[in-house]
Design a protein around this ligand. Sequence first.
Ligand code: B1M
Length: 215
Amino acid sequence: LPLKERLADYIIEGSKDGLNDDLAEALKTYRDPLSIINGPLMDGMDEVGKLFNNNELIVAEVLQSAEAMKAAVAYLEPYMEKKADDRGKGKILLATVKGDVHDIGKNLVEIILQNNGFSIVNLGIKVPPNDIIDAVEREKPDAIGLSGLLVKSTQQMVLTANDLRERGISIPILVGGAALTRRFTENKISKQYEGLVLYAKDAMTGLELANKLAR
Ligand code: B1M
C-alpha cells in the first residue's frame, strides 16, 4: 500500500506495529507533522467513525484506534514547530465538557497552543461546570477552551457558559468539536454568556483565535 493509505490503516486497524517507521518516512515527504495528522491520520479516524456508525466496529476497537492516534501524535509532537519558548502569551484552561470522554482533539489543541507560547491547564475529560469555575478562580486564566464531540456536548456547553456567567466569569471562551457549528455557537452558547465565545473548527483555527485574543 502507498504510505498515505498505510498511515490511515494504522488508525482504522488500531495497530501500532510499524507505525513509527512509517511516520518517520512521512516526516520526510509531508510539509509538517500537522499535515500528517490532518491528512492521512484524520482520514483514518473519519473512516473509523463511519464504520462505528454502521456497527462495523465496537467501542473496544474504536478505543484501539484512539490509542494508535494518540501514539502517532506523541511520536510527531517533538517535530512540531515551536514558535516561542516562553509561556508569555497567556494562560488557557482546557476541558472536555461534562459527560464526554473524547480528548484527542483537545489534547492536540493543547500541544499546538503550548508550542506557540501559551501556558495550558488541562482539566481533562467529563469536566463539570463547577470544576471549571473552581479552576478559573484558582488559576486565573486568560481564556477557557471547551471541547466536546457528542451532540449532547453542544448543549452541555450552553449549560457551562450559563453557569460561568452566573458566577460572574466573562473571560473569552473558545469552543470546538465535531458536533459544533459556528451557528450554534453564536445562536446558543454566546446568548448565555457575557464575554466572547469563539468557535474553532480545528486546532489551527483555535491557535489563530487564541493569538488574536493575546494581542
Ligand atoms: Co466516540 N463518538 N463515542 N469514541 N468517537 C464519535 C464522536 C461519533 C461521531 C462516532 C459515530 O458514531 N460516527 C459518535 C458521536 C455521535 C453524536 O453524538 N453525534 C460517538 C459516540 C456515539 C460515542 C459513544 C457514545 C459510543 C458508545 O459508548 N456507545 C461513546 C461516548 C462516551 C462519552 O463521551 N460519554 C464514545 C466513545 C469513544 C471512544 C472512547 C471509544 C473513543 C474516544 C477516545 C478518546 O478520545 N480518548 C471514540 C472515538 C475515537 C470517536 C471518533 C471515531 C473519533 C474522534 C477523534 O478522536 N477524532 C468519533 C468519530 C469522528 O469524529 N470521526 C467518535 C480525532 C480528533 C483529532 O478530532 O476530536 O474532532 P476531533 O478534534 C478536532 C476538531 O473537532 C477540533 O480540533 C481537532 C483537530 O483539528 N477541536 C477543537 C476539538 N476540540 C477543540 C477545542 C478547541 C478548538 C478545536 O478549542 C478549545
